[in-house]
Write a protein that binds this ligand. Structure first.
Ligand SMILES: Nc1ncnc2c1ncn2[C@@H]1O[C@H](COP(=O)(O)OP(=O)(O)OP(=O)(O)O)[C@@H](O)[C@H]1O
Ligand SMILES: [Mg+2]
Length: 381
C-alpha cells in the first residue's frame, strides 16, 4: 500500500484537497482567454492548482503548456524553452518543424530531434544567432506571438501557465514584461496564468506604472481550511488500513502551521513510521516521535541556519517562536525575551523575513518552516 501523502512535488489528484472554488474559477478564466495572476507565499499549492486547472481545461478541449520561468538561467534560454514547450503541443515532428519554419523562421532557429521525458521525440530549438540585445528582443516578440498563432492554426483554445513568473524580472528588466504584455493582450483564444511565490515581487509587477497593471484577474491563494485538511488526513489514514486517534488530523495541521507542504510532509512521515513499526493504530505519541525523528534529521541544516544569524536575529526569531509571532515590539515582550530596542527588533524581523525564515500573516510573524519553529523552541536558549 503506497503512502497516501505527497509532498515536494505537484500533488496528484488523489491527494488534492479543497480548492474547488479556485479550480473552477481558474479553469473558467483560462478557457475564457483571461490573463490571470496567481499569487501566494511558497508551498501553498500554486503549481498543484495550476496543473489541475490545465488538466480541466484540456478535458474541455484546450491545448495546454506549462513552463517554469525560474528554471532558466538566461533570457534566451527561457525563450528557447518556451518555444520548445509551445512546439511540443504538436506531437507530429514533421508538423512541428513546419510550424517552426512558418512561425519562427525569421529567428533562424537551430533544430534537433531529441527524446523527451516520456521517450517520445520532440524538437529541441535553439537560437544561436540571437546575440545583441536587439536580436533578443526581436526574438522575444516572435516567441511571445507563438501561442496566438498556434491557437489560430489549430483552431483550438490554448492555456499557458508560466510558473515562478516573478523570475522574469531578472532576465531583462522591464523589457520582458512590456513585450509579453503587448503580445498576450491580443491573443483572445489564449488564457494565461502567471503564478509566483514571492508575493512582494508579484504585487509590484501589478503596480500602476507596470505593463501588467490591470491585465486581468488576480487570485491570491489562501491556506486550506484547517478542518477540511484535518478530515482529509484522517480519511486517508483510514483508507490505507490505519486507525488514527480522534484529533490526529487537527494535531498534524496545527503542528505544521497549516502550510500545505508541511502538513503533507508530517502526515507522510508519520504514516511511514507507523507502517514500518507494523502497527495500525496511530496515536499522538506516534506523531511526536516522528516529529522528534525529523528534527534530528534536520539538525545540521537548522544548526547552520542558526549560526548564520546575528545575535539580535536569533533573539528575535526565538521571541517570534515563543510569542506565537505576536506583539514582538511591545516593551513587555522585549523585556521578557531580553530583546534590545524596538528599532533593532524591527530590523532583525525584517532581515528574517528577507531570509525567508519568517513571513507576515496579518499582525503575526510566522516561522515559514514549521520544523524550524519546533527546533528553535526545543534546541535554542
Ligand atoms: N490542494 C492541495 N491539497 C493537498 N496538499 C497540497 C495541495 N496543494 C499543495 N499541497 C502540498 O503542498 C506541496 C507544495 O505544493 P506546490 O508545489 O503545488 O506549491 P507551490 O505554491 O507551487 O510551491 P512553490 O512556491 O515551492 O513552488 C505539495 O507537494 C503538497 O504536499
Ligand atoms: Mg510551485
Amino acid at each position: 500500500m503506497p503512502n497516501p501523502f505527497v509532498y515536494g512535488e505537484v500533488v496528484p489528484a488523489a491527494s488534492f484537497v479543497d480548492r474547488e472554488v479556485e479550480l473552477d474559477r481558474l479553469t473558467g478564466d483560462l478557457l475564457a482567454g483571461q490573463k490571470i495572476f496567481l499569487i501566494s507565499p511558497r508551498r501553498y499549492g500554486k503549481s498543484s492548482l495550476v496543473v489541475q486547472a490545465l488538466r480541466a481545461a484540456a478535458k474541455q478541449g484546450a491545448l495546454t503548456v506549462d513552463v517554469t520561468v525560474s528554471s532558466y538561467s538566461s533570457y534566451v534560454g527561457f525563450l528557447e524553452g518556451y518555444a520548445r514547450a509551445l512546439l511540443g503541443i504538436e506531437t507530429r515532428i514533421d508538423k512541428a518543424r513546419a510550424w517552426l519554419r512558418d512561425m519562427l523562421g525569421n529567428a533562424r532557429p537551430e533544430v534537433r530531434v531529441e527524446p523527451n521525458e516520456t521517450g517520445r521525440s520532440q524538437l529541441a530549438v535553439s537560437f544561436p544567432s540571437a546575440r545583441t540585445e536587439q536580436d533578443v528582443s526581436r526574438l522575444a516578440t516572435e516567441v511571445f506571438a507563438l501561442p496566438g498563432r498556434i491557437a489560430d492554426a489549430r483552431k483550438r483554445k490554448l492555456a499557458v501557465a508560466l510558473d515562478e513568473f516573478q523570475a522574469i524580472g531578472a532576465f531583462n528588466g522591464g523589457n520582458v514584461e512590456h513585450a509579453l504584455r503587448a503580445a498576450v493582450q491580443h491573443q483572445r483564444q489564449v488564457g494565461y496564468v502567471f503564478s509566483g511565490s514571492e508575493p512582494a515581487l508579484m504585487e509590484r509587477m501589478l503596480g500602476r506604472s507596470r505593463p501588467f497593471y490591470k491585465a486581468g484577474p488576480v487570485m491570491r491563494l489562501q491556506k486550506i481550511p484547517e478542518d477540511r485538511f484535518a478530515d482529509f488526513l484522517e480519511a486517508r489514514f483510514r483508507a490505507t488500513g490505519m486507525k488514527p486517534v480522534a484529533g490526529l488530523g487537527a494535531a498534524i495541521v496545527e503542528l505544521a502551521g497549516n502550510l500545505p507542504y508541511d502538513v503533507q510532509r508530517l502526515a507522510h512521515e508519520v504514516w511511514d513510521d507507523v507502517k514500518a513499526g507494523g502497527r495500525r493504530a496511530v496515536s499522538l505519541d506516534d506523531l511526536h516521535s516522528t516529529l522528534t525523528r525529523l528534527l534530528g534529521e534536520h539538525e545540521t541544516l537548522f544548526e547552520g541556519t542558526w549560526q548564520r544569524l546575528t545575535l539580535a536575529q536569533r533573539a528575535a526569531l526565538r521571541a517570534a517562536v515563543l510569542q506565537d509571532g505576536r506583539e514582538l515590539l511591545s516593551a513587555d515582550t522585549r523585556a521578557r525575551h531580553r530583546l534590545t530596542g524596538a528599532s533593532t527588533v524591527q530590523a532583525s524581523l525584517a532581515a528574517l523575513v528577507r531570509e525567508d525564515l519568517l513571513t507576515r500573516e496579518g499582525p503575526r510573524y510566522v516561522v515559514v518552516d514549521s520544523l524550524l519553529r519546533e527546533w528553535v523552541a526545543r534546541h535554542t536558549f
